[in-house]
Structures are given as structure tokens and as C-alpha cells.
Write a protein that binds this ligand. Sequence first.
Ligand SMILES: C[S@@+](CC[C@H](N)C(=O)[O-])C[C@H]1O[C@@H](n2cnc3c(N)ncnc32)[C@H](O)[C@@H]1O
Length: 291
Amino acid sequence: MWIADQWKDYEVIDTSNGEKLERWGSYILLRPDPQVIWNTPRKAKEWKRLNGHYHRSSKGGGEWEFFDLPKEWQVQYRDLTFRLKPFSFKHTGLFPEQAVNWDWCRERIVSAKKENPNREIKVLNLFAYTGGATISAAAAGAKVTHVDASKGMVTWAKENAAASHLENAPIRYLVDDCVKFVEREIRRGNTYDGIIMDPPSYGRGPKGEIWKIEDSVFSFMQLAAQLLSEDALFYLINSYTTGLQPAVLSYMLSTVLKTRHGGSAEAEEIGLPVRESGLVLPCGASGRWSR
Ligand SMILES: C[S@@+](CC[C@H](N)C(=O)[O-])C[C@H]1O[C@@H](n2cnc3c(N)ncnc32)[C@H](O)[C@@H]1O
């Protein structure tokens, strides 16, 4: 399992009965988590010191209840700064477990730069959300193309870049449907040295284009792989969908990439350490190909 255990400003304090108790900087949030099917005693003092609680509704969705929580605040991961704002659904604007993937991509970029300091490394981040992977790759010295269907998310990613002093970094932001964007890039003959994708289980492009992961992901992986440069460094896919287990991801990555590019593919569940139990909360799976 790949575990995001390098956080200082974030921790999962405890988990019980469908909810996870987290610390984001100095604020405590309680949010639903479908993985938490256990009902363990709630002993940590923070259970009684909540700053925000997202209540599930039986009709689906839910709503936030706030107790002395600013509208916006920041957390730090290594040299990166993220702005947090609890918003629609249970989101805060960051998936902290992804830090383990940010680090992996960053290592690939840094070691390629060490080998050849003049090499320009182009990274494509698809379904890029608030830009965690984007700013991490940019901080490592890559030229990044950030694509997301939501204008609001792209604006937020720019804010995160600015908060991390990367406002002048070579990042290209696009509000676009990922499938349409990749098709256009293939026609233009553009290539990338690293591709990162974190597709949602279900989503819509800016013109209502429907994305359903099980139906779309394999053909999309094949399509995006056409954008890899001859000496590409990495290809990373992440999924929260329970149907896409690690072995499914590594099978697809191997099929799509190894014939043309060689290299190796591996996949694992990803997770976050839980302070109170000393155990790990599973948060989906990632597949990684590297040369
Ligand atoms: C699960 S989040 C990605 C998480 C992000 N990679 C991270 O680590 O923080 C999914 C994102 O995909 C975007 N999205 C959904 N369907 C899309 C589509 N067809 N084209 C582009 N973006 C899409 C959503 O706007 C959302 O920001």
C-alpha cells in the first residue's frame, strides 16, 4: 500500500461509524467516508471539538454545519501551500492521500532533471481539480498543462499556485473536457513526458459530456497514451472507484504502455495513517507506469 504519511498540517485523527475525523491545520472536520464500515469507540478529545461537520442526508448529498471555522484557510505540504474552503458536497478542495502520488511524480521529474538539467519536462494533468499534482510537478521544475472541466476549479488551482509562489511557473490552465482536449492534442502532434489523471467515477464536461469511469477509462487511457513522448518518464492513474482495484489498473497500464514504451507498471491501494488506531484508512487505488 502507498501511504501518504509525510503530512504535518493534516491528519486523520480517528474513524468510526461512516465518518472520519480530521485535522486540517488547526481546524477539526468530521466528514462522511463510505469506507468506514466499522463502529469503534470515539475516544479522541477532538470528537468533541469540531469546527465543521458534514452531515449526510438520507436523500443523498448533505450539508455542512460550521462551528467557528473561517471561510478559508491554508495548509502546507512540503513547499506547497493549499487554500481550503469546505464547499459543495463534502469537499475541502484537497485530497490529502494524493500527496503520495505528488511525491512520486516529483521524484521522477527531479531525477530526470538531475540526469539532464537542460531537458524540458512536459507534464499533463487531467481532471486536475484544485491542482495538487499540478503545483507539485511545477515545483519540481516541469512545464505543466492543467485541464479541468470546471472553471471554478481552475481558478482555485491558480490560487493554490500563487499561494505556493508558483504564479509565474510555466503552467497552462485549460477549462475543457479531458477527452476533447486529448483528441485535439493528438491532432496537433503535441507530446508529454508525464501524464497524471485522476478521473471521477462520474462527471460531466463543460458542455454536459458524460464521463462514466468503467465505460470510459480504458479507451481514454489508450487515447492519452498516444500523447506520451518517445522518452516519456511516467503515467499515473488514480481512482476512487471500488471496481478499479490495483490489479485492474496495473493490467490496463501494462496493456496500454508496455508494448510501445517498455518500462514497468505497478499499482497499489493508497491510504492515510489514522492517529488513534495506528492503522491505515484506504482511499482508493493508483497505478503507475515508469520507464
Ligand atoms: C476526483 S477530482 C480529481 C482530484 C485531483 N486530481 C486531486 O488530486 O486533487 C475530479 C475532477 O474532474 C473534473 N472533471 C469531471 N469530468 C470531467 C471531464 N469530462 N473533463 C474534464 N474534467 C472533468 C471535475 O471538475 C473535478 O475537478
